[in-house]
Design a protein around this ligand. Structure first.
Ligand code: PLP
Length: 400
C-alpha cells in the first residue's frame, strides 16, 4: 500500500511550487517582483559550490554541526524501542531555526540585499534572524505583535542586544498574523534592498522548498550517523513536531522517497482537539490559502482563520506548510495530535531519564512515541528540535 502511494506521488516541489494539491504563490501583485527574483535565483545560488562551502563552514564552526545523534538508552528501555535523539537543541541559539537563517542570510547577500526583515511570534525566529544579521553586519528589522512583545520580553531583549530593531505590530489582534502583514508591507515598500526571512516551510513558493533544503542538513547527517551506529542509513521511524513544519521537513527530507521509513508528525492538540483551544491543523483544518500558499488550515465555515492555541509558542500556528499538507493527504506522513498535558509529561520524562530538558515543541514529538506500537528492534529517530530553558517557567507550574 505504502509503495503504491509512493509511486503515485512526488515529494519534490513542482515548477509552479506545488506539492500535490498544495503550495503555489498566492501573493498580492505588489509582492510579485520580490518573490519572482528569489524564485528565479534560489536553486542556482544554492547549487553554487562557493555558496555550499560557506554554508557548511558556518554550520560547522558557528552553529556547531553536525549535531550528535544520541542513543537514549533509558528512554529506549522505557518506550520499548531503539530511540535516537537528533540533538538540534545543541545548535547555537538552542534550536534548529538557525540552520535556515544562516542559509537565508547567505542567500540575501548573494542577491545583493542590505537589509533583512522578518516576522516573529514568540520571538524564536526573530532571535535566530537577529543572530545571523549581527554575524553578517546586515540591518535587521523584526516585526512582532505588541501583545507578543509583552508576553515574550526576554526574546525582545535578546533581539535588541543583537542589534535588531523590533517594531511592534499594533493592528488587529497584535500577534503573529499582524506582524506578518506589517513585515510584508515593509517588504513591498523596499523591494530592491530588502530580503524577507521566513522562519518555517510556509509562505509563497519558493520559500517552503528553500527552507526545507536548508533544514535538510538534519536528515543528511542522520543518514551518515545512523549508518555508523546501526549499519544502515534508514530508521523504521522518524518523529518530529510540526508547527509550520521546518524541523520535520528537515528530518524527513532525505527519507521522503524511502517507503520503509515511517514519517511521524506531532501537531499540538492544545487542551484537546474538541475544546476550541488547539492547534491540531490536520485534525481540524480544511484546505485554504494561508500566508501565500494553498495548504490545510484551521478556519471557520466562512473561511476566517481560527486563532490557534498551544502551550508551546512554536506550535501555535493555524496552518502547516504545503509539503506537510501533501504528506498528510497522500498518507505518506502519519499525524498525531498531542495535548499540552501529554507534551509536558514527555518533557519531564526525558529530563529525568536522559538529563536533557527538551523544548515544549520537541516534547510533543517525544509524546508521540507513546502512541506508536513498536518493538525493541525498531529504530526510531526523534528530532529534538530545541532546548527547554525557555520553557522552564511553564514546566515548573506542573512540578509538585
Ligand atoms: C519554532 C520551533 C518549532 C516549530 O517550528 P517548525 O517550523 O515546525 O519546526 C519547533 N521546535 C522549536 C524548538 C522551535 O523553536
Amino acid at each position: 500500500m505504502e509503495q503504491l502511494i509512493e509511486q503515485a506521488t512526488s515529494f519534490e516541489v513542482s515548477d509552479k511550487g506545488f506539492y500535490g494539491n498544495f503550495g503555489g504563490a498566492f501573493i498580492p501583485e505588489m509582492l510579485y517582483p520580490n518573490v519572482e527574483e528569489l524564485r528565479q535565483n534560489y536553486r542556482q545560488i544554492m547549487a553554487d559550490p562557493a555558496f555550499q562551502a560557506e554554508f557548511y563552514a558556518l554550520l560547522t564552526d558557528y552553529v556547531g554541526r553536525p549535531t550528535p545523534l544520541f542513543l537514549a538508552k533509558r528512554l529506549s528501555e522505557d518506550i520499548g524501542a531503539t530511540i535516537y535523539l537528533k540533538r538540534e537543541d545543541l545548535c547555537h541559539t538552542g534550536a534548529h531555526k538557525v540552520n535556515n537563517t544562516i542559509g537565508q542570510i547567505l542567500m540575501a547577500q548573494r542577491l545583493g540585499k542590505k537589509r533583512i526583515v522578518a516576522e516573529t511570534g514568540a520571538g524564536q525566529h526573530g532571535v535566530a534572524t537577529a543572530t545571523v544579521c549581527a554575524l553578517m553586519g546586515l540591518e535587521c528589522i523584526v516585526y512582532m505583535g505588541s501583545i507578543d512583545m509583552e508576553r515574550q520580553k526576554p526574546n525582545v531583549d535578546r533581539m535588541r542586544m543583537l542589534g535588531a530593531i523590533v517594531v511592534p505590530a499594533t493592528s488587529g489582534s497584535q500577534t503573529l498574523k499582524d506582524a506578518t502583514n506589517e513585515a510584508m508591507r515593509h517588504w513591498i515598500n523596499n523591494p530592491v534592498d530588502t530580503h524577507y526571512i521566513i522562519g518555517s516551510v510556509v509562505g509563497p513558493h519558493p520559500y517552503p522548498d528553500m527552507v526545507a533544503r536548508f533544514q535538510s542538513v538534519i536528515s543528511e547527517e542522520t543518514r551518515r550517523q545512523l549508518l555508523d551506529k546501526e549499519g544502515r542509513e534508514t530508521p523504521d521511524y522518524v518523529v518530529a513536531c510540526v508547527g509550520g513544519g521546518s524541523n520535520a521537513a528537515g528530518a524527513f527530507f532525505h527519507y521522503l522517497n524511502e517507503p520503509s521509513v515511517k514519517l511521524v508528525a506531532a501537531e499540538a492538540a492544545g487542551q484537546g482537539i474538541a475544546t476550541g483551544h488547539s492547534a491540531a491543523t490536520t485534525a481540524l483544518g480544511k484546505p485554504g490559502v494561508l500566508h501565500g500558499s494553498r495548504t490545510i488550515l484551521m478556519q471557520t465555515d466562512d473561511g476566517q482563520v481560527t486563532e490557534p492555541y498551544s502551550i508551546s509558542a512554536g506550535l501555535d500556528y493555524p496552518g502547516i506548510g504545503p509539503l506537510h499538507a501533501h504528506l498528510f493527504e497522500s498518507g505518506r506522513g502519519h499525524f498525531h495530535s498531542i495535548t499540552d498535558e501529554q507534551a509536558v509529561r514527555a518533557g519531564f520524562k526525558l529530563s529525568k531519564l536522559e538529563g536533557i530538558i527538551p523544548a515544549l515543541e520537541s516534547a510533543h514529538a517525544l509524546a508521540a512515541l507513546e502512541e506508536l506500537s513498536m518493538t525493541k528492534d525498531d529504530v526510531v529517530v526523534v528530532c529534538l528540535s530545541g532546548r527547554g530553558d525557555k520553557d522552564l517557567s511553564t514546566y515548573t507550574k506542573y512540578l509538585d
